[in-house]
Design a protein around this ligand. Structure first.
Ligand SMILES: *Cc1c(COP(=O)(O)O)cnc(C)c1O
Length: 369
């Protein structure tokens, strides 16, 4: 947050529209320009975005939606909000992204969509996923909460899937406090997403405002109130001015971690980044032996490591309501056992990075003894 961000928010607080005002369209236009998308729809969170992404597809009840277990719970929960069933497909052992071969094994007549996550910021193999989706006539939703500015074949994420979702929670690349957005190239879907964002009502408050505007409106779909405020969008517009710098620094940090780890800790595994892709580096994850011990030792040193994520199928809610067994997801289990996220954020300096890697080496050694 800098003074520009603060000024942008204060300006809206002094203006006529706190919500449903002009800053929302301006933010959406900014996102379209950056991503190269036709339609951006800003909402109040990434989770809301996922919810209406599924709702917009108007799937029959009990439809199956395939997703990865190595993600934030929201990627699967959105299926349940819409009376659909989340089905987990195992991940690839090297990229940690959902495995297209595993997806194919799970597809049946009830399968209507795939929600793939660009884990840690690394785009999935979109070409392969598109082939599967087209041949089986199912929708693709991209959970790009980690991947604003990531690239596949030199093109930014946000136009590959039928609908792409982004999050602007403070831990993500840019923030609006809470917030999210959807992008789609499909006009019909875009229109439905706009309806679903605001109760399914077809005229906005601004369109019903003023001396010549009538009062009438229709409710066409069972929408939600997932509107984002102009206050938040003003912050988003200001943050987007800095996205290149934010991403650049994340890439530098990732490069430095990679170099130091390869040199000094070759036993530590890192995420494989295929040549046709550029990660947005939301996370920098490593696989270490004795992870829980290493985690505790690193925290004791004051290094805020984390674990992204506990596989969704392990949560008691999923355990209680679905027949899922750990052994069905061998790659997820193996990766999760060693998974550790190292600190990565704009202000992290080079000495910090060296300190983290040195400490990681010490903690791994200590955890073994
Ligand atoms: C952050 C995140 C979300 C949800 O975003 P919110 O804005 O926090 O609701 C969804 N999916 C993934 C993978 C995320 O990391």
């Amino acid at each position: 947050m800098d003074q520009q961000d603060i000024d942008a928010v204060v300006e809206v607080l002094k203006s006529d529209w706190l919500t449903t005002g002009p800053k929302i369209e301006e933010f959406e236009k900014t996102l379209n320009q950056y991503i190269g998308s036709k339609n951006a729809i800003a909402v109040n969170s990434g989770t809301s975005a996922l919810d209406i992404a599924v709702a917009a597809l108007e799937l029959p009840a009990k439809s199956e939606i395939i997703t990865t277990p190595l993600t934030f719970a929201a990627s699967a929960n959105c299926a349940l909000y819409n009376n659909c069933v989340p089905i987990f497909a195992d991940i690839q052992a090297d990229t940690f992204n959902i495995d297209p071969t595993e997806i194919e094994k799970k597809i049946n007549k009830k399968t209507k969509a795939i929600i793939y996550v660009d884990y840690a910021g690394l785009p999935c193999d979109i070409k392969q996923l598109r082939e599967i989706a087209d041949s089986k006539d199912i929708y693709l939703i991209e959970d790009a909460a980690h991947a604003l500015g990531a690239e596949y074949n030199r093109k930014r994420t946000g136009t590959f899937a039928d609908i792409t979702e982004f999050s602007f929670h403070p831990v993500k690349h840019i923030t609006t406090g809470e917030g999210g957005a959807l992008t789609t190239e499909n006009e019909e879907i875009a229109q439905k997403l706009r309806l679903l964002r605001t109760h399914g009502i077809d005229r906005s408050a601004r369109e019903r405002f003023g001396p010549d505007a009538g009062y009438a409106y229709d409710m066409k779909m069972l929408g939600r109130n997932y509107r984002i405020t102009d206050i938040q969008c003003a912050l988003g517009i200001s943050q987007m001015k800095k996205i290149d710098r934010f991403l650049q620094r994340r890439k530098e940090i990732a490069r430095k971690y990679t170099k130091l780890l390869r040199e000094f800790l070759p036993q530590v595994r890192i995420q494989h980044i295929p040549d046709d892709r550029e990660s947005a580096w939301h996370l920098f994850v490593v696989l270490v032996p004795n992870r829980d011990k290493v985690f505790n030792l690193m925290r004791k040193k004051g290094i805020l490591v984390n674990v992204h994520y506990i596989p969704t199928y392990k949560f008691s809610y999923y355990r209680t309501n679905f027949k899922i067994e750990d052994k069905d997801y061998p790659n997820t289990e193996r990766v999760y056992a060693g998974l550790l996220s190292l600190p990565i954020y704009y202000d992290l300096n080079d000495e910090d990075i060296e300190f983290v890697v040195r400490s990681l080496g010490e903690c791994i050694k200590e955890a073994k003894s």
